[in-house]
Design a protein around this ligand. Structure first.
Ligand SMILES: CC(=O)N[C@H]1[C@@H](OP(=O)(O)OP(=O)(O)OC[C@H]2O[C@@H](n3ccc(=O)[nH]c3=O)[C@H](O)[C@@H]2O)O[C@H](CO)[C@@H](O)[C@@H]1O[C@H](C)C(=O)N[C@@H](C)C(=O)N[C@H](CCC(=O)O)C(=O)O
Ligand SMILES: Nc1ncnc2c1ncn2[C@@H]1O[C@H](COP(=O)(O)OP(=O)(O)OP(=O)(O)O)[C@@H](O)[C@H]1O
Ligand SMILES: N[C@H](CCC[C@H](N)C(=O)O)C(=O)O
Ligand SMILES: [Mg+2]
Length: 493
């Protein structure tokens, strides 16, 4: 896209006083501004992006998109430079729409999923179903871009420039279908407002991210934005109505003029009526608008049935034949780091790795393992530093209430003192064993496994590093589980 130039107005923006320069690129970070760039100076959580307008002008910015506060911060500088200034009272939304116009293409059929837990799982299952149906599909989110085309991503919902650059590349690579995660940060910051969605899904709503959102209501409102604002009228909302907040989402989507597909155990258009568990998976019985189906799922965990049915609902919402969608379900495979069987001891005891990092997820993951396990359940749990502090004792409590033995360890302490985070988790699990070093905690957990037992290593899932201070040390729960099992069962050379 190097030498491309388009007018500011063709990006949907009007410069003050009618200014309409040619734009050769867009950037939200002044350090990425080049000659001809439109610099989006956004209000930040730490600093206003307008503080960097001076630098952007020196690098040759042709226009600045900002809010009234930003315009005031750099008024003299911008007047002196004669740069085009666009002032918006919704600058992040304007940036999202501009990024969509600049990059110009996205996979034709797109869905987004929000909710506290299950976004990565649902979007990955949507992608797997599409691929099973012969379509060229990807999912985008916490685990990057995966499927028929792949790329790394630093965020669950990337900021608009990265997002639309990625979507345009995916489209250029022949991707016609994409399922993305809508994080509450992403929705709050309008990161996906420029994406054209066919359908949107809601999984559940419990505690997380109260470090960022001021209240539970603010956190809910951010998520509700997917249905209240981002989804076009005429789109279809696919909503888990077992969660009380799902019922509120249905009302919000209907008020917006959206079609609604409800999914649930207690009822719904897609209604889970039966579930039978065994050591390697489960059989599901469900009804789609009154017609009954029975399908095998090679997945551990009762909640995965909810995720899979939500995913099926989303694919149906995009126009697929329901029977054809349900035929793909036996082919679905574990989402990386989500109830993933990592290793098995010689005595048959299994070690699972899961990304449970909220109180509800810890409880759900452990409860979900019970029907698959005859012996004891051992849990390894920790909480991240520089994140919601209120969830720490609740995560400990969720582990203590649902496992027979708990080991509290470190999970990305970041800038905090690891022992303080562990103490907060231990407050909810006073009987737990405390082992700061995660590798040692895994070794102890694996060592405790007797025949018929199972170990759940919670919190890091697919992650490949342990963040301590500013350092990211290589660490992979799946790998550590294998190493521990091999060492204890004498399989090491
Ligand atoms: C808390 C949060 O979401 N912050 C996002 C926000 O940054 P901010 O408001 O804090 O930015 P700031 O540091 O105050 O700077 C203000 C502005 O000045 C700009 N700037 C800054 C420095 C400079 O030299 N030049 C410059 O232009 C910045 O690009 C920014 O636009 O806007 C930035 C640009 O759009 C984002 O990159 C940044 O995400 C940061 C990196 C982040 O870590 N976000 C995480 C918490 C996040 O978004 N997580 C979610 C959810 C994960 C989950 O579900 O669990 C995700 O979707 O990944
Ligand atoms: N439907 C569900 N209900 C409750 N817990 C779930 C559900 N689906 C997944 N979980 C739990 O949440 C964890 C994270 O799942 P997943 O990665 O799919 O969620 P996410 O919403 O993408 O998380 P993130 O906020 O990190 O992006 C899983 O490892 C599991 O423990
Ligand atoms: N996206 C989540 C992931 C948390 C995973 C856990 N391992 C941690 O570091 O807290 C967050 O950043 O809050
Ligand atoms: Mg995710």
């Amino acid at each position: 896209m190097g030498s491309r130039a388009v007018s500011l107005s063709s990006l949907g923006l009007t410069g003050r006083g009618g200014a309409n320069p040619d734009i050769t690129g867009i950037a939200v970070d002044s350090r990425e501004v080049k000659e001809g760039t439109l610099f989006a100076a956004m209000p930040g959580s730490k600093v206003h992006g307008a503080e960097f307008i001076q630098y952007a002008l020196r690098m040759g910015a042709a226009a600045v998109l900002t809010d009234a506060k930003g315009a005031a911060i750099a008024a003299d500088l911008m007047a002196d430079a004669g740069v085009a200034v666009v002032i918006s009272d919704a600058p992040r939304e304007a940036l999202a729409l501009t990024a969509a116009l600049w990059f110009g293409a996205q996979p034709a059929t797109m869905i987004a999923v929000t909710g506290t837990n299950g976004k990565t799982s649902v979007s990955t299952f949507v992608r797997q179903i599409w691929i099973e149906m012969g379509l060229s599909a990807v999912n985008l989110g916490t685990t990057g871009v995966e499927g028929a085309w792949s790329a790394p991503l630093a965020h669950t919902t990337p900021e608009p420039i990265t997002l639309h650059r990625t979507l345009a590349k995916a489209a250029a690579n022949g991707i016609t279908h994409a399922a993305m995660e809508a994080s509450s940060h992403g929705l709050d910051q309008r990161r996906l407002d420029g994406v054209t969605l066919r359908a949107a899904g809601f999984t559940n709503f419990t505690q997380d991210h109260l470090d960022y959102h001021a209240t539970f209501d603010a956190y809910f409102d951010a998520k509700a934005g997917l249905f209240a604002r981002v989804m076009p009228e005429g789109g279809t909302a696919v909503i888990n109505i077992d969660d009380p907040k799902g019922v509120d989402m249905v009302a919000i989507a209907k008020a917006r003029g959206c079609e609604v597909i409800t999914v649930g155990r207690d009822g719904g258009d897609l209604h889970l009526t039966g579930q039978r568990f065994d050591a390697t998976g489960q059989d599901l019985r469900f009804a789609w608008r009154g017609k009954t189906y029975q399908k095998r799922l090679e997945l551990i965990g009762g909640f995965q049935a909810e995720n899979v049915l939500l995913a099926a609902g989303l694919v149906i919402a995009c126009g697929a034949d329901p029977a054809e969608v349900f035929d793909t379900l036996p082919h679905l495979v574990t989402v990386r780091g989500r109830m993933q069987l990592a290793a098995t001891r010689d005595n048959g005891a299994a070690v699972f790795v899961d990304y449970a990092h909220t109180p509800d997820a810890v409880a759900t993951a452990l409860k979900a393992m019970r029907p698959h396990v005859m012996g004891r359940l051992i849990a390894i749990v920790g909480a991240g530093g520089d994140r919601d502090r209120g969830k720490r004792p609740l995560m400990g409590q969720a582990a203590a209430e649902n496992a027979d033995m708990v080991i509290v360890t470190d999970d990305n302490p970041r800038s905090e003192t690891p022992a303080d985070i562990r103490a907060a988790v231990m407050a909810g699990a006073p009987e737990a064993m405390e082992v700061g070093d995660r590798a040692e905690a895994i070794l102890r957990g694996v060592d405790a496994l007797e025949a018929g037992d199972a170990l759940l290593i919670a919190g890091k899932g697919h992650e490949t590093g342990q963040t301590i201070g500013d350092d990211v040390l290589p660490f992979d729960d799946v790998e550590q589980a294998s190493v521990a099992v091999a060492a204890l069962d004498g399989r090491l050379a």
